[in-house]
Write a protein that binds this ligand. Sequence first.
Ligand SMILES: [Zn+2]
Length: 234
Amino acid sequence: MSITAAALRELHRIHQQLAELRDRLERGPKQVRARESNVAQLEARLAEARDKAKQTQMGVDRKQLDLKAGEQKVVDLRVKLNAANSNREYQALLEQIAAAEMAGSVLSDEILEGLEKIDQHAVGVKDAEKTLAAGKQELDKARKTVEESAAAIHADVTRLEAELAQAEKALPSDLKADYQRVVRSKGADSLAAVEDGVCNGCGQQITLNMQNELKLSKLVFCKSCGRLLYLPTD
Ligand SMILES: [Zn+2]
């Protein structure tokens, strides 16, 4: 039983194209998943930015309440100061007022700083929102592209599988099992050309006897890698 080198070359071509298409089918969802994880990261970053802004705002609110309470305290102390009965009491109240005013001035500074921070955080939140929106857009685009190309790739796979079935008819029936075994284990690498007596698949020299058999269009498997061998030209 024999098979032409041309038929084997055709078989190899179909196997390689099928492998490439299946690889592309796998790559698409991987690209989508990468963008999905990017979006998840950007969402986390936005949540973090919003949380920071919220915490800072709450801190400022608290300090503003403290400031108001401090101001009220000073007012109350001044009332007491006016009613002071002794010099000692008067001095003590003056010190308390000075301390309360100092605390108020520290709080005022801190509030100003906090307000600046709030502005910065607002910018950070806006940036994070923008980046997230862009990331989502990219994800949508990737999903659409992958979906669209998947349909075309599936059609190509179907066509090539039919071509493969047709091309496999050229295989001698007594060697079909050997061929199928090597295809199962090596896929697109199940065939290899022989150039200058060397198997292109594994780089090993094949025997002169095998080379002669190839020239006689016999089915020859590489003894070191198991690939089905063929001549690159007639
Ligand atoms: Zn080999």
